[in-house]
Design a protein around this ligand. Structure first.
Ligand SMILES: NC(=O)c1ccc[n+]([C@@H]2O[C@H](COP(=O)([O-])OP(=O)(O)OC[C@H]3O[C@@H](n4cnc5c(N)ncnc54)[C@H](OP(=O)(O)O)[C@@H]3O)[C@@H](O)[C@H]2O)c1
Length: 193
């Protein structure tokens, strides 16, 4: 069994990812969120739910106990959240982190997204400077399409595309969880081209 902690489990992307991950009988999920009623539809024998706030380091450390991989699907004060996640993972001796960021944080897109992406830039820097085995994912605009159709771009490459289905991002995360040695220390842009 592989234990995965999902931070921001009530998020629009996380809900799709969770459904995909549960197809693998070798996976157990701990869903962490401030609003756990949102998680009732995700009830499953391999799912446990923790009500908590990422800003509360003690709650975060508690939720990290016994986890193998952390998948962070957060929005808000991302720089502080990233610092707490890095600190809590170090304390619990967990190495593998999958962190959802955004396209545009390295000015790698044709559009200038401006300061709205600052929390994404600052949190990415925290993760990249950590000693964790991280993968940053930089998605294009999410769609509800059911297709799995995506192209990855690496840090330093121009971003391609401007949309991607949540289902495609879920497929990538599923792959990374099945092969956790893949894409360590990478920052992957994902879009349908
Ligand atoms: N929409 C797009 O097209 C797009 C494109 C690229 C990147 N992104 C980014 O990708 C990320 C994931 O997207 P999404 O649509 O899944 O986001 P979302 O629906 O806004 O979900 C964000 C999650 O963060 C959780 N959260 C916020 N503050 C928290 C805290 N203090 N403690 C614990 N949990 C907290 C929220 O849960 P609770 O409130 O229940 O705690 C929520 O589940 C976001 O950062 C988003 O901006 C989005």
């Amino acid at each position: 069994m592989k234990n995965i902690l999902v931070l921001g489990a009530s998020g629009s992307l996380a809900k799709v990812v969770i459904t995909v991950l549960l197809d693998n009988p070798e996976i157990k999920l701990t869903l962490f969120s401030r609003h756990i009623t949102e998680l009732i539809p995700l009830t499953h024998e391999r799912v446990s739910v923790v009500k908590g706030d990422v800003m509360d380091l003690a709650q975060l450390e508690q939720a990290m106990q016994g986890q193998d991989i952390v998948y962070a699907n957060l929005a808000g004060e991302l720089e502080l959240m990233a610092k707490n996640v890095v600190q809590a993972m170090a304390k619990q001796n967990i190495k593998r982190l999958i962190w959802i960021s955004s396209m545009g944080i390295y000015d790698e897109t044709e559009t200038d997204h401006g300061s709205i992406l600052d929390p994404y830039r600052l949190s990415a820097k925290v993760i990249e400077e950590s000693k964790l085995d991280y993968t940053l994912i930089r998605p294009a605009w999410f769609t509800n399409g059911i297709e799995v159709d995506y192209k990855l771009t690496r840090k330093g490459e121009a971003f391609q595309g401007d949309q991607v289905s949540r289902r495609s991002i879920a497929a990538l995360i599923d792959k990374l969880i099945q092969k956790p040695d893949c894409a360590i220390g990478e920052s992957l842009g994902i879009a349908k081209v």
